[in-house]
Structure formats: C-alpha cells, structure tokens
Design a binder for this molecule. Structure first.
Ligand code: GLN
Length: 313
C-alpha cells in the first residue's frame, strides 16, 4: 500500500504535529478536579500499524487519565464473557445522540437501552461482567487492559480519588438504570470499578497499541498475543462508530469515516481495520468533551493518508 509506506506515515504524523502544536482553544475538563490541573500544552501523537510498527511524536510517554477510552476495552471484556448478542439485548447498541453523562438518554428510550460507550451503558456493561467478587472482576479488567496495551497500566490514585469524590451524577444514572431493570450487578461496586477503570494512567503510545489490537483482529500487533476473538472486533468498532464521540459522533464520522473514541483526559483513538490505529492526546476539550487538538490531528492524518473507510477512491 503506497499510501501507507513507513516514510509517508512518519511524514504525515510529523506534519500534523507541526501544524497543530500551537493550536489553542477548548478547556481542560474541570468537573473532575485532577484533570483541570494537567498542563494544557501537552501534546502527543502515536500510530500503531497492524504489523506492529509504532511511530510517535511529542509527549507520548506522559501518563494521563484514559477516562472514557477505557469503556471500549471493558466492553471487549463483557463481550468476551457474555457474547455480542447479550450486549445488544441487555445494554443497547444504538446512538443516544446525547452527551456522555445524559440522564435523558435513559429516560427517553422506551426500552431504556443505551450504548456501552456512554456513562450509563458503560456502568451497566461493567455490572454485566460475570465475576464472583469485586476483586475478581477488577483482576479481569486489569488483565485484559494489560493485554491490549502490552504492558500493565496502573490507576492514577489521585485521579481515582478525585473522580470518586465527584461522581454523584454517575451514581444517580446507575440507580436510574437499576430502577428500570437495566443494571446487572451491585450498584456501588460497578460504579466504583467503572470509575477506577476511567482512572487508569495511559500514555499516547499505549492507546495506539490498544487501538492497534482492534485494528489487527484482536491480536496485539506488538506482543502478538491474541486478546479477544476476531469476530468481536467489528461489533466493538460498530459501537465506536455509533457513539464514540457522543452527540458529536456524526460530525466525527462525517470527517473521518472511522470508528473512534474520545476521553475527557484528552485522548482520542481511531481505528482503520486491518491497517493501523492512531492515538492523539491534548487536554483541552470542546463542548462535547473531545480534545480539540487531538480531533484536528486525527482528521488531518486520516485525510492525508486517505484512511476514510467510506471513501472508495
Ligand atoms: N470518568 C468520566 C465520567 O464518568 C469519563 C467521561 C468521559 O471521558 N467522557 O464522567
């Protein structure tokens, strides 16, 4: 694939970095106090190809909160253990078209169906993972995250404390789902494990490899370990294409034609099945909670490398 030569990938990645490194706009998430204090100038880009090459530029080893990007990989675990059909039936796979922490997304849907990539659905997905105890469930989460990343990630304890002290809204959403029979485990345990998974410290390179595993049929392209069944990848990617950027997912797909996922820590991943994955990180966010600079960066790289899946030229 001439478009995707090593040289071309490097060229475009570095061009994106130079083009956007001084871009301003947006603001760090402030509803989680820890995130408000991260240096807004940090900026990194990493690309992981399906054959395991990793390219990176900028602050790619800075550990930031993985936040909602964790939802993708916890979904992978729930799907592995419960099956893709059960996720569709018990959680939901349609777009909510609403913000990530929307209560109305639950209220207005006649079946109380949501999507595993919004807070409501992610907490329900967490509750849906079979485990004999909270400790056992955490071990499952920690193990699968480590396999996706190719190294064991650790929770940023300060971030976890900061989120736990301020997650009343999420707890309310979980109770609401529970009241409708759409929550599948202990509420405080599931909300806590959800919050803990959002508090993982990941760097841009980790995210590129995690996403690269989804681009490579569930096999980590760097460690070569099979993490999930290949048949689950298109299902996971479908949820990303539908809801990866919440109420701005349509705009994202309009520009890139790719499955992607953002987190309020400032990270964004995008996946080109069979080819590669891209991750970018910059803390300031737009109104929907997506990194302003990471969005621009990914859109530019997708355009320049012609990665849009909907573009047959
Ligand atoms: N932990 C954050 C929350 O629950 C994650 C939100 C996000 O990244 N969009 O609000």
């Amino acid at each position: 694939d001439k478009q995707l030569s090593e040289k071309r990938i490097r060229e475009v990645m570095h061009a994106a970095y130079e083009k956007y490194r001084n871009t301003t706009g947006g603001a760090n998430a402030s509803y989680i106090p820890y995130l408000a204090d991260i240096d807004p100038k940090l900026y990194g880009i990493a690309i992981c190809t399906a054959d395991g090459q990793v390219y990176e530029v900028g602050d790619t080893k800075f550990e930031f909160g993985i936040e909602s990007i964790s939802k993708v990989f916890v979904l992978a675990l729930a799907m592995r253990d419960r099956g893709a059909k059960a996720i569709e039936d018990s959680i939901g796979v349609n777009a909510t078209g609403m913000p990530f922490n929307s209560v109305m997304a639950v209220e207005l849907n006649p079946r109380r169906a949501v999507n595993p990539l919004v807070n409501a659905g992610a907490m329900a997905t967490n509750s849906f993972i079979p485990a004999a105890s909270s400790a056992e469930k955490w071990t499952k989460i920690d193990d699968i995250i480590a396999k996706f990343a190719g190294r064991r990630l650790s929770v940023i304890e300060q971030l976890y404390a900061s989120e736990t002290a301020t997650n009343q809204h999420n707890r309310a959403i979980a109770w609401l789902l529970y009241s409708y029979g759409r929550f599948y485990g202990d509420i405080s345990e599931s909300v806590d494990l959800y919050t803990r998974a959002c508090s993982y410290g990941s760097h841009t390179r980790d995210l590129a490899i995690m996403a690269g595993t989804l681009a490579n049929n569930g096999v980590n392209p760097v460690t070569k370990e099979a993490v999930i069944d290949e048949a689950l990848c298109p299902k996971i990617l479908a949820t990303m294409m539908t809801e990866g950027f919440y109420d701005s997912t349509g705009g994202w797909v309009y520009h890139t034609g790719l499955p992607g996922k953002s987190g309020v820590g400032g990270g964004i991943i995008a996946i080109v099945p069979g080819k590669l994955a891209i991750a970018a990180f910059s803390p300031p966010l737009d109104h929907a909670g997506n990194s302003v600079k990471a969005l621009k960066t990914l859109e530019y790289i997708v355009e320049e490398l012609r990665l849009n899946l909907l573009d047959a030229r």
